[in-house]
Design a binder for this molecule. Structure first.
Ligand code: C5P
Length: 474
């Protein structure tokens, strides 16, 4: 059935239907499909996309958090937590316990998470493909906030009689609990035993904090940590391993300038020439440089990525804007040109939208854009000590990279094969070779995530800057 139209329903049924759909995080139409399928007793899986896989923005490293919201008054703070985790560039998928649905609605949670939330262990829709196993495994971290006394008791005893506890029992991922309960419940011997057991099992906690309770005249230890505090802990746990291994001070006192993303070259006020660069690699390098203590400036073309922490970001559109921002940002000690700058721009770009005309196709005259890398590498004044370019090639990677090193005057070229089969352009992983001036053989690094390439590149730069001899640097 390609489409479904439901007309002339009683208002009461309409309201009930809307509520049921909202609770399950489905459209009304999808909800009707589920009801019909169940009524028909069909053994066929419904061909429904309940919004479950509505794509979330692709983010750095694609790290994913399953957030379990327990049934306590602090559940309202978990709504803010969803935003705070997303703000840090992670995906969030939410499970609500039945008790939590008394405090927050599935509709609000789904709207904030950009994805339906999950409530029911026996939901035919998600359990068709073992939904609780997917929720437990298809993530990098499980956060429980608020973690109620009841939920922690279930965890400590390995119970799995609802979706949240089943996910927690089925996971092999790290678990972070943000306990929240009345101080008397927190102090109760049973809770003490359960928390001790969970800590012994390797579960991590944040909070609870001391303070006022929701109940009048009650105060003490039991308030859930603030969303910002929990999000900071999530971020610390999910930081790429490569960044965790970085010496935090290895680039202290140095200024690093990075370009990233594509450029947009206008054809007229509404059209432009662009390319498929996502900016992920350059953003990851900026994050790694900042994590290593560098004063980091990122000049970014138009991308859909959050500003990396601790980095000064300047957003530009065209190659000429990018060059001028880069020049304004000098002097710098190290410059890394990861942007996929458009080679050409339209010299006769329309001031108004170009209209179709009977007299033929518009004539676009292309002129070459300034080469930002070459311009900076060949400066005689204020040239950064280390200038690094990228070479995205679809063939003859080594020859092209070596030629580029000489032609552009850079010190290193980070080369990668971006032919479509590699999935590197826009993807999360990268395989690179580092070509260095005066070195015949390049360093070839194994395939790794773009975050790991960034961490390793910054570590490598730190070695070079601190004068570690080339032979021991690979
Ligand atoms: O010539 P090609 O575009 O392959 O060179 C890639 C390297 O040069 C990258 O580091 C890129 O950021 C830089 N580049 C630049 N300005 C241009 C073209 C490329 O900075 N106009």
């Amino acid at each position: 059935m390609a489409s479904l139209t439901v007309r002339r329903l009683d208002d009461e049924i309409k309201v009930a239907l809307k509520l049921r759909a909202a609770k399950n995080g489905r459209s009304v139409e999808d909800e009707v499909r589920v009801i019909l399928r169940d009524a028909a007793g069909s053994a066929e899986p419904a061909t429904i996309d309940p919004g479950a896989e509505r794509p979330q923005p692709r983010v750095e490293g694609g790290r994913r958090v399953t957030l379990i919201i327990g049934g306590g008054i602090a559940a309202y703070k978990a709504l803010d937590l969803i935003r705070r985790i997303k703000e840090r560039g992670f995906y969030v998928r939410v499970v609500l316990t039945q008790a939590a649905t008394h405090f927050v609605t599935a509709l609000t949670v789904s709207a904030l998470a950009d994805e339906r939330c999950y409530t029911d262990l026996f939901d035919s829709q998600s359990e068709f493909d073992a939904g609780h196993i997917r929720l437990a495994r298809d993530c990098d971290l499980i956060v429980v906030a608020p973690a109620t006394a009841d939920l922690m008791a279930k965890m400590a005893h390995g119970l799995a009689d609802d979706l949240a506890s089943a996910v927690l029992l089925a996971t092999d991922k790290p678990i972070l609990l943000a306990p929240a309960m009345n101080p008397l419940m927190w102090r109760n011997a049973a809770t003490r035993r359960n928390v001790a057991q969970l800590l012994h099992d390797g579960v991590l906690t944040v909070g609870p904090n001391a303070g006022e309770m929701a109940e009048a005249n009650e105060a003490g230890l039991g308030r859930m940590s603030e969303p910002l505090e929990i999000a900071a802990k999530v971020e610390a746990m999910l930081r790429p391993k490569q960044l965790q291994n970085l010496q935090p001070q290895s680039l202290n006192g140095l200024r690093v300038l990075i370009t990233a993303g594509p450029t947009h070259e206008p054809i007229d006020p509404v059209r432009y020439i662009a390319n498929r660069s996502s900016g992920k690699q350059g953003y990851a390098i900026a994050a790694a440089a900042a994590a290593a203590g560098a004063e980091t400036v990122l000049v970014s073309g138009p991308v859909n990525l959050p500003d990396p922490k601790g980095v000064r970001v300047m957003r530009v559109e065209s190659a000429r804007d990018m060059l001028s921002r880069v020049e304004q940002s000098l002097p710098a000690d190290i410059a890394i040109f990861a942007a996929a700058v458009a080679d050409w721009r339209v010299s006769n770009a329309g001031e108004q939208k170009i209209k179709k005309s009977a007299s033929g196709l518009p004539q676009l005259d292309l002129v070459e854009n300034p080469d930002i890398l070459a311009t900076i590498a060949k400066r005689t004044h204020d040239r950064p000590k280390l200038v690094i370019g990228f070479a995205a090639e679809t063939e003859h990677v080594a020859q092209n990279a070596t030629a580029k090193l000489a032609r552009k005057g850079s010190d290193w070229i980070v080369a990668n094969d971006v032919s479509p089969a590699t999935g590197i352009m826009g993807g999360d992983s990268n395989t690179v070779q580092i070509f260095m001036k005066d070195h015949t053989a390049p360093e070839t690094w194994p395939a790794m995530s773009k975050d790991d390439v960034a961490g390793r590149l910054i570590a490598r730069i730190a070695q070079a800057v601190h004068g570690v001899p080339p032979k021991s640097m690979s």
